[in-house]
Design a protein. Structure first.
Length: 288
């Protein structure tokens, strides 16, 4: 198999007590959508909860939606500044989307994230690799099995068993039956810890109850850092009606909180997080 080169980014986390990593299907995020006050307001508050967020389904052709969102986020949350990093356009045939990482960086002293863009050839090996995926509902099984092979490739390439797979996997309800879910390599192979469990509801509509959005941890060190993981019911927290919430997304964000001080095996003073921007599998590679 031939793998196109991945784009990579390195972030050093130091001293932070707890560290929250999130994924959110922002449901066709465009400039027009972000420009609406209630949408902007809610998105900013969702983003401000996270040290690293992977926003999925960014379909903005203007190129202005993310800078606008970033500016508002940095106005709202003084613990930043936040920065962003976008993937190339990813997709199959006519449908393309971008994944955008928002991550918190701190100036001066204190806990925070220090980011620096690198191409290949990192000086330091990552202690944690993030691999986002938004599956297409028509090929959930195929793509999740491809994700397993991406995992193998990534963990070999970066000599790290500590990997977090996350995003809207469409891993439930009509898109993937429980029987088929349990046959995935990510379920049958040992070592994968699905921290957003099958019974969770990651959908906004009261009429649906599906665990589409997932976070899967791999690696002993990674698991030893696990503090909490949950879908974030933003409509309840921000007192939005279902209708108002649906103007933001029909998905909840999913979040995992890692606690650096909890690790008993290795005591990391810093965590090197590698953000994978472009998936390596041929099925999942960037649109031409
Ligand atoms: C949802 O967004 C549309 C378009 O801006 C707006 O007209 C509508 O009032 C919004 N709905 C709610 C419940 O806020």
């Amino acid at each position: 198999m031939h793998y196109p080169t991945a784009l990579l980014f390195l972030i050093l986390v130091s001293g932070a007590q707890a560290f929250r990593i999130c994924a959110f299907n922002a449901q066709r995020l465009t400039l027009a959508k972000v420009a609406r006050e209630q949408v902007m307001d809610t998105l900013v508050r969702i983003l401000a909860r996270c040290d690293i967020m992977v926003l999925q389904e960014v379909v903005d052709s203007s190129g202005s939606a993310i800078p606008l969102l970033l500016r508002e986020l940095n106005r709202f949350d003084a613990s930043g500044p936040y920065s962003t990093l976008s993937s190339p356009q990813l997709g199959r045939s006519t449908y393309v989307e971008t994944y955008v990482y928002f991550y918190r960086g701190a100036g001066g002293e204190g806990p925070g994230v220090h980011g620096s863009p690198r191409s290949l050839g990192l000086a330091v090996l990552p202690s944690l690799v993030l691999v986002p995926l938004h599956t297409t509902p028509k090929a959930v099984e195929k793509e999740l099995n491809a994700l397993y092979h991406v995992f193998l490739e990534v963990s070999q390439q970066w000599q790290s068993k500590d990997v977090i797979l996350l995003g809207d996997f469409n891993a439930d309800c009509a898109s993937l039956t429980k029987k088929r879910l349990d046959k995935l390599e990510l379920r049958t192979e040992p070592g994968f810890h699905w921290v957003i469990a099958d019974g969770e509801d990651t959908t906004v509509r009261a009429s649906t109850h599906c665990a589409y959005d997932r976070i899967v941890l791999h690696g002993e060190r990674c698991r030893s850092l696990l503090h909490t993981a949950a879908a974030f019911d933003f409509p309840t927290t921000f007192q939005l009606t279902e209708e108002e919430a649906l103007n933001i997304s029909d998905h909840y964000p999913v979040e995992v909180e890692l606690k650096l001080s909890q690790a008993h095996s290795v005591q990391p003073l810093s965590l090197t997080v590698l953000l994978l921007l472009s998936l390596l599998s041929p099925q999942l590679c960037p649109a031409a």
